[in-house]
Design a protein around this ligand. Structure first.
Ligand SMILES: [Zn+2]
Length: 361
């Protein structure tokens, strides 16, 4: 398995505190790109064929993950949290977490009152974060020495491979997207002399707290075209009726989105390339603009940017056990490389991108 993807998934990049992940992104790509930099809000941007006076493409995915910050330390040493992003409260009790203190990392668990000791009424109540706390097993004096208000708290790394093609981990949303950006940049770097456009790749920050980071990365590149990659809801699980949410399955290909965040002609172009090259794809037409992904911001930057939202099907989104299929990741890489190749009208890129995901090692 690709070391970069594994280290990215193992890193902590809670919204607003993404430095570790950005460093991994830059270290992985710096030998392949013409330029790389971090902007003021923390987005990591790399560029290929860094020329003026040519068209430019931005490929972006958000590197931040849902998590917490320390809000309050109780007199008994219990640590109370504030969420960064839309954490699924039903999955919080029983989680293993890491508190990233100034002096080092402190491990903890989020415990709760045993179910035996709850009344029927209490069992039915929706869990509130203010009623949960992190237990570090340390004495209160030690907790106060090692943990401070504002410290970042992330879910502990928990990567597992299931079956032949599936991966489960915290923060696949949207580290699989960042991996796709990196792989596209890496493959195109071998052929930069054939590119007639500037290609920028960005690992953007603070998507989970309102699609914030992508705005400055778009402003600095002002691309002619933007490709935004994020996870999309897989509906091949109980409780996701297809007549309400459409038909999106793990392992059936990259999702080309016909929502209003996508430029429809770009979606058409993507589909015709996927058909021509035999790249598996699925269609999504959520009934309205999602408003919840970076594409919704990108499309309306400046005087408007041709934007496409590509999705990687994901089960159990915003829980610590998200699940994706590596065949869909592979399809996305191939589709974006083919798209940029066609845009550049080059002859020599063919063959590079066309590989099995098992060769990601
Ligand atoms: Zn996301």
């Amino acid at each position: 398995m690709n070391e970069f993807l594994l280290s990215l998934l193992s890193s902590s990049t809670v919204s607003g505190f993404e430095e570790n992940g950005c460093e991994l992104f830059e270290n992985y790509l710096k030998q392949y790109v013409d330029e790389h930099h971090r902007d003021i809000v923390g987005n990591s941007i790399v560029t290929l064929n860094n020329q003026e006076n040519c068209d430019s493409i931005l490929i972006e995915a958000h590197i931040d993950e849902i998590g917490f910050q320390v809000l309050y330390i109780g007199e008994d040493g219990g640590i109370y949290l504030r969420a960064n992003g839309g954490v699924d409260m039903h999955c919080i009790p029983g989680s293993q977490v890491e508190i990233h203190g100034k002096e080092g990392t402190v491990s903890g668990i989020i415990g709760k009152t045993p179910i035996h000791l709850l009344t029927n009424n209490e069992r039915d109540k929706i869990i509130e974060l203010s009623n949960l706390w992190v237990d570090t097993g340390l004495d209160v004096e030690d907790v106060k020495k090692k943990v401070r208000v504002g410290d970042v708290v992330s879910f502990k790394s928990n990567i597992e491979f299931l079956g032949e093609h599936r991966i489960t981990s915290k923060a696949l949303d949207d580290k699989v997207g960042v991996f796709i950006v990196a792989e596209v940049i890496r493959y195109l770097s071998n052929y930069r002399e054939h590119l007639n456009c500037k290609v920028a790749g960005a690992a953007t920050v603070q998507e989970e707290t309102g699609c914030r980071g992508v705005q400055t990365s778009c402003f600095s590149i002002m691309p002619d075209i933007a490709i935004s990659i994020d996870v999309d809801f897989a509906t091949d699980v109980p409780g996701c009726p297809k007549n309400k949410y459409g038909d999106v399955s793990l392992g059936k290909g990259v999702v080309v989105s016909y929502c209003l965040d996508s430029d429809i002609s770009m979606a058409d172009e993507m589909i015709s390339i996927a058909e021509e090259k035999g790249i598996p794809f699925q269609l999504s037409a959520r009934p309205q603009a999602t408003g919840g992904t970076n594409a919704s911001r990108t499309r309306f930057m400046g005087s408007g940017i041709r934007t496409i939202l590509l999705g990687i099907p994901c089960r159990y989104m915003h829980t610590p056990v998200e699940m994706c299929d590596l065949r869909d990741v592979e399809a996305a890489i191939r589709l974006i490389v083919e798209y940029i190749k066609k845009l550049s009208d080059t002859q020599n890129i063919a063959g590079v991108y066309h590989r099995n995901y098992q060769q990601l090692t």
